[in-house]
Design a binder for this molecule. Structure first.
Ligand SMILES: *Cc1c(COP(=O)(O)O)cnc(C)c1O
Length: 344
């Protein structure tokens, strides 16, 4: 077999493991006596599920959540005996073989899933719907004969001061009063910020671990984890009247200097940033349309920037969300496969 030549990617995510752990600790402390888990679905919100889970394990996290069995299979080998792994989407008929070969627990969401799992006699989690009308059993559903580890529900509007939060809390309390389980869990990142009533025995943050700001209460507490950097492939000068990029959406009204960076919408830097995004802490506006693999930025203010230099794309999650109209969740989970992911 030929030896692969040494290759480096022209775009990278610089990931701050200390900030990740700091965020988990803050979320854990905010949750009072509740255990604090970690949602590592969608490849750890794009950062890398195994890299995230191993760091949080070292910090003391013992409860992990993924969406599917394929995700569970990836993470499970790295978890010690005393750690727990739950699969939010439960168990389809096609998942049974993988599920029985795994230590992970399905989060049962439907009567069909309950019927499928009950004969195994094995531990499970159960999701009850309290008004989100996404996944979960209706109030009063038959869960007899199940060995329920964690009973949970999910908040639909915890990032807002919505009356729905209190209603969901009430309904979850009702469910918890009638369904016996080892533990009860309601709060995601934003739910943790809603206060002690919402904490129960276990919290399930995702977004805030990764530097997302779930609610104002977390401002100044949550540290950014992800920095996005791309390499300059070319520096070029354009004259007044020349246009830039697909469909010439930008025309220079004076001579300009551009740097072309190796990042584009195929990397998750979507066209929502066309003419709106910035790099270098606001110094370098994105000019014209974002291409699949490239963007142009205005570097008139930085004569020294040239081919081979690394430029930080402004990707502070709350502000990038405001600029692009994308959610902080989308900004994280879009980050693509071409980035080299470098932890420090
Ligand atoms: C994704 C998810 C979480 C984590 O939510 P964040 O808002 O990212 O903190 C918790 N619980 C369930 C059921 C989820 O699907």
């Amino acid at each position: 077999m030929a030896i692969a030549p040494e290759m480096t990617a022209p775009l990278r995510l610089c990931l701050d493991g200390d900030a990740l752990v700091h965020n988990w600790r803050w979320l854990k402390a905010s949750g009072g006596a509740a255990a604090c888990g970690a949602a590592v679905k969608a490849n750890g919100y794009g950062l890398g599920a195994v890299d995230v889970a191993t760091r949080l394990l070292d910090a003391g996290c013992r409860d992990f959540f993924v969406a599917t069995w394929a995700e569970a299979v990836e993470v499970e080998p790295f978890l010690p005996e005393d750690a727990s792994l739950s699969v939010f989407h439960g168990v389809r008929a096609a998942d049974m073989e993988a599920a029985l070969a795994s230590r992970a627990r399905p989060v049962l969401n439907t009567p069909e899933q309950v019927a499928r799992w009950k004969p195994t006699g094995r531990a499970c989690d159960v999701m009850v719907d309290t008004g989100m009308n996404r996944l979960g059993l209706a109030a009063g559903a038959d869960v007899s004969g199940l060995n329920i580890h964690t009973l949970m529900s999910h908040l639909a509007s915890a990032d807002q001061d919505a009356v729905q939060n209190g209603r969901q809390l009430e309904l979850f309390r009702d469910a918890a009063a009638t369904i016996a389980a080892q533990r009860y869990s309601l709060a995601n990142s934003a739910g943790i910020c809603l206060g002690a009533d919402y904490h129960f025995g276990l919290t399930r943050p995702g977004l805030a671990l990764y530097g997302g700001l779930p609610r104002g209460e977390a401002a100044g507490q949550i540290r950014p984890v992800v920095a996005v950097e791309a390499e300059v492939l070319q520096r070029r000068r354009i004259e007044a009247g020349e246009s830039v990029g697909y469909n010439a959406t930008f025309t220079a009204d004076q001579p300009m200097e551009l740097a072309i960076l190796n990042i584009g919408y195929a990397d998750g830097y979507l066209r929502a940033f066309s003419g709106k995004g910035t790099a270098g802490e606001g110094r370098f506006p994105v000019i014209g349309r974002v291409s699949m693999d490239l963007i142009a930025i205005d570097v008139r203010s930085a004569p020294a920037v040239g081919e081979g230099d690394w430029i930080a794309i402004d990707y502070d999650l709350p502000s990038a969300a405001a600029v692009s109209g994308l959610s902080q969740y989308e900004l994280l989970t879009l980050l693509g496969r071409r980035f080299e992911r470098i932890w420090r």
